[in-house]
Design a protein around this ligand. Structure first.
Ligand code: 3PG
Ligand code: CO
Length: 533
């Protein structure tokens, strides 16, 4: 039915404060020197694992268990937090786009019709992450879309690429650009004027999130919309190869570039009458660009020129803001999430004793425990019952320089919230294992894991003090394996004999530990969480 009433749990006692920790990028793998969680000093997590075997489990955090298309899909924060927050598995964006492309339904939808209106006179621009990582986007989906759009009337197409190296190996960008170039050449043979128009590394150009640094989006805007960038090339493969020659360069942080013709003019600025599609299915790192492309009144940076375009997202990225208003594929309808249930039951069950939820992370992961947790909805369900606290992340550094990040600050805020006894659920995300893991810096990732473990300890100690319950888990793996391996699990080496660093997430399961004085005898994590590995 539509009731929000929750039945009492037969064993869990009501009214206990729950402290919930999501360790971002914290999986379980065999111990070796590339397992940073194993190498790091992590006494708190170690004791949870050894201490109470019936209260520590491994759960799957990748593939179909979290709504991804195949078992080869590594986990990620969107699907992980969606699943944790909703308590259910939804077919995720990646899968929904696959289905819409395979059936051809994508071309019959309102979103495609809307952009199609520009095909006669305007250019179709496709902006997004160019890799087969499957976290934000996938190359094969872009390839289908290019083919489909041209078959449905697009005569002039410009692709604005963002190189990856974060969900895939660093250096793989060259191969992806080559593949795309060969597809575009085939389209040109068929009479479609199709080219790459601009590019840049995802972490430096366009794909910021949670308004951490608008400068990133501006760099992309300048290249994509205005056709301006510090680097100009006549060919995108050459661009990426040249820019990578800088010894400090990597795919994630390549500087912005535009492709120019023989007269030095940008081949694909976005102008009045054009159509634009952002082809990432994942929301967090497209929301900021979507705002810049869609919102009439926008003051985050000077757009210089605001073209009159028809813009559609691959998906609608924010269900609350209805952003963007046009999209090619309907997002998963993640409804009735745990946060919403708590808010409703606070009013009913406790009458004047409201359930309060307190949650906290730093900017780079803040939306994970709010936006993703709440089913890709920004904002509060009920601001009188929820408090969301964001600690500003350091801006303009890569996190291997600062592996502790804000773990201590997050944990202290959570501790204060728990001890205040004003809240029934205190939820935090600790980004360290993931954000530092993505840099590929093994030493720093070890430090990161240690810091996260210390933060968990602060949280657990506070829960002990107030007689509450803690739940410690993770959204997906990352720091527990920092090397690319062959099928037998042996580390792979590049042609210079160096190990191939794995910057991405993994397919490993993640731990879930429960405990605390508020937990009744006989409650174990197998009962609470049957989805064990
Ligand atoms: C990113 O966006 O940083 C990575 O592609 C995925 O990392 P996340 O899923 O942990 O956010
Ligand atoms: Co990550």
């Amino acid at each position: 039915g539509n009731s929000w009433k929750l039945e009492d749990h037969p064993k869990l006692r009501k009214g206990k404060i729950i402290g919930l920790v999501v360790l971002d990028g914290w999986g379980e793998a065999d111990p070796d020197k590339y397992n940073c969680i194993h190498v790091a000093e992590t006494p708190t997590m170690d004791s949870l694992k050894k201490g109470a075997p019936d209260r520590w489990r491994l759960i799957r955090a990748h593939g179909t268990a979290v709504g991804l298309p195949t078992e080869d899909d590594m986990g990620n924060s969107e699907v992980g937090h969606n699943a944790l927050g909703a308590g259910r598995i939804y077919a995720q964006g990646a899968k929904l786009v696959d289905l819409a492309l395979a059936s051809g339904k994508i071309y019959e939808g309102k979103g495609f019709r809307y952009i199609q209106q520009c095909f006669d006179k305007g250019t179709l621009h496709l902006i997004g992450l160019l890799s087969d990582g499957g976290v934000h986007s996938r190359l094969d989906q872009l390839q289908f879309l290019l083919k489909g759009a041209s078959e449905h009337g697009a005569k002039r197409i410009r692709v604005h690429i963002l190189t990856d190296g974060r969900d895939v190996l660093d250096g793989s960008s060259v191969g992806f650009v080559e593949k795309l170039e060969s597809d575009l050449a085939k389209l040109r043979e068929k009479g479609v004027d199709a080219q790459i128009a601009s590019g840049g590394g995802r972490m430096y150009v366009t794909m910021d999130r949670y308004e951490n640094d608008w400068g990133v989006v501006k760099r992309g805007w300048d290249a994509q919309v205005l056709g301006q960038a510090p680097h100009k090339f006549q060919n995108a493969v050459e661009a990426v190869k040249k820019l990578r020659e800088d010894p400090n360069a990597n795919d994630q942080y390549l500087p912005p570039f535009v492709i120019v013709d023989e007269n030095g003019n940008a081949v694909g600025p976005i102008v009045d009458g054009d159509a634009v599609v952002t082809f990432n299915f994942r929301a967090d790192r497209m929301v900021m660009l979507a705002k810049a492309l869609e919102n009439e009144d926008f003051d985050k940076f000077d757009r210089v020129r605001f073209p009159r375009i028809h813009y559609a997202g691959m998906l609608q990225y924010d269900g609350e803001l209805k952003l963007p208003s046009h999209y090619l594929v309907s997002p998963p309808e993640i409804e009735r999430t745990s946060g919403e249930y708590l808010v409703h039951n606070g009013v009913r069950t406790f009458a004047c004793r409201l359930i309060h939820i307190f949650l906290c992370s730093e900017t780079v992961k803040f939306g994970h425990v709010t936006f993703f947790w709440n089913g890709n909805r920004s904002g509060y369900f009920n601001s009188e019952m929820e408090e969301y606290v964001e600690i500003p992340s350091d801006v303009g550094i890569t996190f291997n320089v600062q592996p502790k990040m804000k773990a201590l600050e997050i944990a202290e805020k959570a501790r204060d919230a728990i001890l205040s006894e004003n809240f029934h659920q205190v939820r935090i995300n600790l980004p360290n294992g993931d954000m530092v893991g993505h840099t590929g810096d093994i030493e720093a990732t070890i430090e990161a894991c240690k810091a996260a473990d210390q933060a968990v300890k602060i949280m657990i100690d506070a829960i002990e003090q107030v007689g509450g319950i803690y739940v410690i888990t993770a959204d997906h793996g990352n720091a527990e394996d920092m090397v690319k391996r062959d099928k037998k699990g042996q580390p792979l080496f590049d042609k210079n004999g160096n190990i191939q660093i794995l910057t991405s997430h993994t397919l490993h399961p993640v731990p879930i530990a429960i405990g605390g004085p508020g937990l009744a005898e006989g409650v174990n994590s197998a009962r609470i969480c049957p989805m064990v590995v």
